[in-house]
Ligand binder design. Structure first.
Ligand code: SF4
Ligand code: SF4
Length: 348
């Protein structure tokens, strides 16, 4: 189903949404008086704080479903017994995430392959996904670091959302992808789109695609990855890497984690916590017997690229990079994943 909403009625739509869902969206407003430099996905208490025209967010909505520092359960020694308490966040209300860009919608589809499929279905992640409405929005101004078009995750997207909005001037073009989406745009302030509205949407998506432009030769790079596993290029690529792990922390598809226990001094009480991990960290591949299968930073750098572009496509049937550009933006050594892939393919 497709509908049109005049921008003057957008506030009304958000108010109706807020009556039924906890709304999470891009905002620069933190707790207290904090104002972030980058938009963050956070609960929208006051609709004026919602920044629908944001260009870029540091973290993706992955943190809604797979948060860092996730308290799993608490434990306490009571006499000879151990008492366990489930500490996982219980959502009171269903959630609507608004304003996700197509790359972040595609990233959720990647995470779904990991956490929602047999034999490793994660019940908690799955129930949160089922209770969330995804209301995405196509981009209007891509950054130089964006390359969604080259990995097939933008600037338009056909799946993974309940609603997808496109800004076409004084109105939004709403495209529904599910029955829930159909219901959300059934109010009488929505209108049927005209041929002119459809043309404007398609022109808008084409304009953004043109701005993104070429720059990465994914197919070529993937083809040669097998034969270039031991290539000396890997030393060159990784020479500037300081193994900080920022690229993993901001990536919307990275999903490795560690489990840590925090206990009190006499070890009678504590919490078990899930924390995000990074394949760039030296201890990431450390195993029993003090054997580290990726002790060299070059092998860890290489592993991250192979995982996203080679192993995951074999394992899950899709590239686990959605071209969001966050790892380029937040790498302190300014390493650009596109340079590595292009040189690997011998096209630069
Ligand atoms: S590898 Fe980089 S560009 Fe690709 S999804 Fe992760 S953060 Fe985004
Ligand atoms: S952000 Fe840059 S320097 Fe840090 S681990 Fe990733 S590639 Fe290396």
């Amino acid at each position: 189903m497709e509908k049109i909403l005049l921008k003057v009625n957008f506030q009304k739509f958000l108010e109706d949404l807020k009556a039924n869902f906890k709304v999470i969206g891009p905002t620069r407003k933190g707790g207290g008086t904090a104002t972030y430099s980058y938009a963050c996905f956070d609960e929208i208490e006051d609709l004026d704080d919602l920044e629908m025209d944001y260009k870029f967010s540091m973290l993706s909505p992955k943190m809604v479903f797979f948060p860092d520092n996730q308290e799993l359960y608490g434990y306490e020694k009571v006499g000879a017994d151990i008492k366990l308490v489930d500490l996982r966040d219980k959502w009171g209300k269903d959630i609507a995430i608004v304003g996700l860009h197509p790359c972040d919608i595609a990233a959720l589809l990647c995470l779904d392959r990991v956490f929602r499929e047999e034999p490793f279905e994660e019940e908690y992640y799955n129930s949160k996904r089922q209770r969330t409405a995804i209301i995405g929005m196509t981009c209007t101004e891509p950054k130089g670091s964006c390359f969604c078009n080259l990995v097939g995750s933008g600037p338009d997207i056909e799946e993974g959302y309940d609603l997808l909005l496109t800004d076409i001037g004084d109105r939004f073009y709403f495209r529904s992808g599910t029955e829930l989406g159909d219901r959300l745009i059934s109010a009488n302030y929505f209108m049927e789109p005209t041929e002119g509205d459809r043309d404007r949407r398609s022109e808008e998506v084409k304009r953004v695609a043109k701005e993104l432009g070429p720059g990465l030769h994914v197919d070529t790079a993937q083809r040669v990855m097998e034969e270039k596993y031991d290539d000396s290029l890997w030393d060159e690529f990784s020479s500037k890497c300081v193994t900080c792990g920022s690229c993993n922390m901001v990536c919307p598809t990275c999903h490795c984690f560690s489990i840590v226990d925090k206990t009190n001094f006499d070890q009678t009480r504590g919490k078990r916590i899930l924390v995000w991990d990074s394949c760039h960290f030296e201890r990431f591949a450390l195993m029993a017997g003090n054997i580290n299968v990726r002790g060299e930073k070059e092998s860890r750098f290489k592993h991250r690229l192979y995982d996203k572009y080679y192993y995951d496509p074999m394992r899950y049937g899709r590239i686990f990079c959605v071209g969001c550009g966050r790892c380029l933006e937040f790498c302190p050594s300014h390493i650009d994943i596109r340079d590595a892939l292009n040189k690997l393919g011998g096209v630069k």
